[in-house]
Each structure stands twice: as structure tokens, then as C-alpha cells.
Write a protein that binds this ligand. Sequence first.
Ligand code: THU
Length: 137
Amino acid sequence: MTVDDTTMARLVEAARAVRANAYAPYSKFAVGAAVLDEQGRIHAGCNVENAAYPQGWCAETSALAALVAAGARRVLAVAVVGVAADPVTPCGGCRQKIREFAAADCPVWAADLQQVRARHTLGGLLPAGFGPQHLQG
Ligand code: THU
């Protein structure tokens, strides 16, 4: 399934917009993420930190929760927006969470406030990953 560049650009914009709502008083590292569902809908989320540090969660997790809460079950594309010297890609835990709903060819783009910095696929970020298929006998 190919997602066109116009849709990817909309996904990046949604991730940029929601990043402004990040709750990151401890790290000061605001992240926004957006995921595209099987109906072409975009779901966005930001990181939400906590005074009990390990209880915080990532922007990608928020976006996935919004997708599932909207009744969707597939992730066709992902955009992550953060500002850092290196492109901000999903952490290991979020790669696994994305894997639950996405195929290996799912595009995962990393952008900052100006431009797209890196274009990956989920399979490239999580090679030979464990997924739902492993539980199907
Ligand atoms: N974070 C994300 O939300 N997504 C990523 O892809 C990388 C890290 C958050 C977690 C934490 O709130 C802050 O960025 C610093 O790690």
C-alpha cells in the first residue's frame, strides 16, 4: 500500500500541530506524532510526561491510542516531529507498538518544524520484529 506524498505532508503537519500541546516539563523535549488509518483518517498525539518519570509516555503511543479509540485497527503511515540534531525516530517500545497495527512497508517519516529529515519504513526500524502473526499458531 503506497501512501502519496500529499498525504504524508498532511501527516507531518498534523504531527507538527499537536507537538505544540506536548506536556514535557521535565525533558523539555516536545514530540508530536500522527498516524494514518485504513479510512484515510489522521490521528495525532503528543508526549505526556509525569512527575513520576517512568509513567510518562511518547507521542507515538498517544497517536496510536487515538487511532484505536476512533475504531481503527490499521496504521498505514506514521509521522514523528521533534527538534534535535538527529532526526527524531520512534523509540524501541513505540516501534513495537506501531508493529501491532502496521506492516513492514509502513512509512515512518521523521520531521522537524521545517522539513522532513528522514524517511524510514517500520521494517527498516524494527527488522525481524515480533508481531501478531507469531501468535497465530
Ligand atoms: N519521545 C517521544 O514522545 N517520542 C519519540 O520518538 C522519542 C521520545 C518523548 C519521551 C519523553 O517525553 C521525551 O520525548 C524525551 O525522551
